[in-house]
Design a protein around this ligand. Sequence first.
Ligand code: GDP
Length: 197
Amino acid sequence: MRVHSQFLISAHSPEQFPAPAIPEIAFLGRSNVGKSSLLNALLGSKQAKVSSTPGRTRSINFFSITDSPQRQQPQMYFADLPGYGYAKISKSISAEWPKFIEPYLHERPTLALCLCLVDSNIPPQPSDAQLIDFLKSTGRPLIVVATKADKLSGNGRTKAQIALQRGLDVEQLLLCSAKTGAGLKELWAAIQSAAAE
Ligand code: GDP
C-alpha cells in the first residue's frame, strides 16, 4: 500500500497528544526489537529513527497517515511508544516507562489497535509476556508481530511461531521482516481493518 505519512509530535506529556479524533495504532516493543525499522518499512520512509544502540526515548512519537495528500484529514495516527527492557532485571515494565503510558493505553478513546512487536529470533521474554498480559487486561485489540523473520529458515520460522504463541499465550502471531518486506501486506490489512471498525 502507498501511504503518505507525516511526523507530528514527540509527546512528553498527555497535553501534547493530538486530539483524539481519528483511529490510532500503537506500536510497542522491547528496545532493539526492530520497531523503527518496521515503521519505516510500513511508511516507505525513514521517519522513525533506527538505533544502533538501544535508546531511551521517553516520549510517544505521533505520525499522521493518509492514502492521499489531497485529503483534508489524515485517516489514522501511528503512535510509536517508548521501548522497554533496557534494564537486565526489571520488576515491571511500568517502572521503566514514563507515568503517562499506562493511562494512555487504558484510556485513549481512539486507540484502535496495539501492535506488540517481539523478536522472532529470541525465545519469549518475560517483559513481553508481562506487557501482553497488561494489554489483554485493558481489552484493547492486540496483534503480536514477530520481527526480523528474514533471519530464520522456513522450518525455524514455524518453530519460532509455535514457541512464541505458546510462551506469550496468544492465538495469533504475524511474522514480518522490515528487511525483505515479508508480512507487511498482511500487517497493513490488519491495521486498516482495525482503523475501519
Ligand atoms: P528499535 O530499537 O526497536 O527501534 O529497533 P531498530 O529498528 O533500531 O532495529 C534494531 C536493529 O535490528 C538494527 O540493527 C536493525 O538493522 C535490525 N533490524 C531491524 N529490523 C530488521 C529486520 O527485519 N531484519 C533484520 N535482519 N534486521 C533488522
